[in-house]
Each structure stands twice: as structure tokens, then as C-alpha cells.
Ligand binder design. Structure first.
Ligand code: MN
Length: 158
């Protein structure tokens, strides 16, 4: 059974990618300043932010000026994920509490193995890292190569 994941590219005061995983009916969320990398050698900082309502996964549009996070949002990638191992004895929330979640993404852009690792001694700072598999690449730059929305095809000023 797949659970939802979404990555929203967000042109707020600084451009970032909001990486969200459905866990227990809510969206666990991390802001990734550089966005995901297909290169397993790249450790992308992912700062955990507040949980978002599951309905927010559909949001693409403009957050008005003066509001928190003002700026354009596009759905950069979306699909389902499953934890690795798929073992219901260890719930995803427990893995997150322990600071390590490995998972497989079934997105339109991102696929295969990934992991989130909390940086030792930090509460909110994690690293998002591609696993080594056939979807990994040391040469492709996925955020440059495919900047657009998977829903509307719209791009975004960078
Ligand atoms: Mn954001």
C-alpha cells in the first residue's frame, strides 16, 4: 500500500523544495534548500518544518503577499512511497523519532531508494540522500533538467 509523497517547489523569499511524506494521516515536511539530488554522494540539507494538512498536497498556486511563505508554489513531483523495509512492526513515526527513514519513491521524477537521516545532535536538521540503484546518477541535475510542475507543466521564475 503506497502512501502519498509530494515535493512542492516554493519560490518564497528564498527558493526551496518542500518535501512531504504522508505519515499517520498528516504530511511530515522538510524544506530542502537545494532540492533533491540523484547523486548518492550528495547530502542535501532538509530542515524539518511543521506538519501540513494532507489536503495541502494538492496545492499549487500563489501564496499572497504579506502571508507566511508568500510566493509561487508548484507541485514539482508527486507519487507514492513505501518504507524500507516494509515492516509494519516498526511504524514510520518510530523510524523518524529514531532519526533514520529509508524509503522507496514512486514519483514521476524521483524513483528508487532514498533516505532521510537526522544529523546527530540536531532536532530539525536532516539530510536527504539518494540510495545507490539504477535511478541514481552522478551526472544528471534533476532540478535543472526538469524544473516544471508535474500537474500543470508550469515553470517558475528562479
Ligand atoms: Mn515552503
Amino acid at each position: 500500500m503506497g502512501r502519498l509523497f509530494v515535493i512542492q517547489k516554493h519560490a518564497a523569499s528564498t527558493l526551496h523544495y518542500d518535501f512531504r511524506l504522508e505519515v499517520d494521516g498528516t504530511l511530515k515536511s522538510w524544506a530542502v534548500p537545494k532540492g533533491p539530488s540523484l547523486n548518492p554522494a550528495h547530502k542535501r540539507l532538509a530542515v524539518q518544518v511543521e506538519d501540513h494538512d494532507i489536503k495541502y498536497a494538492d496545492f499549487e498556486g500563489q501564496i499572497g503577499e504579506g502571508r507566511y511563505g508568500a510566493g509561487q508554489v508548484i507541485i514539482w513531483d508527486r507519487g507514492t512511497y513505501e518504507p524500507i523495509p516494509v515492516n509494519e512492526d516498526c511504524p514510520i513515526r518510530t523510524r523518524l523519532e529514531n532519526g533514520l527513514l529509508e524509503f522507496r519513491l514512486y514519483g514521476e521524477k524521483l524513483k528508487g531508494k532514498w533516505r532521510l537521516v537526522r544529523i546527530k545532535g540536531k532536532e530539525r536538521d536532516w539530510l536527504l540522500i539518494k540510495g545507490t540503484d539504477k535511478y541514481a546518477s552522478r551526472t544528471r541535475d534533476i532540478v535543472k533538467e526538469q524544473p516544471e510542475s508535474v500537474i500543470s507543466g508550469s515553470g517558475m521564475p528562479t
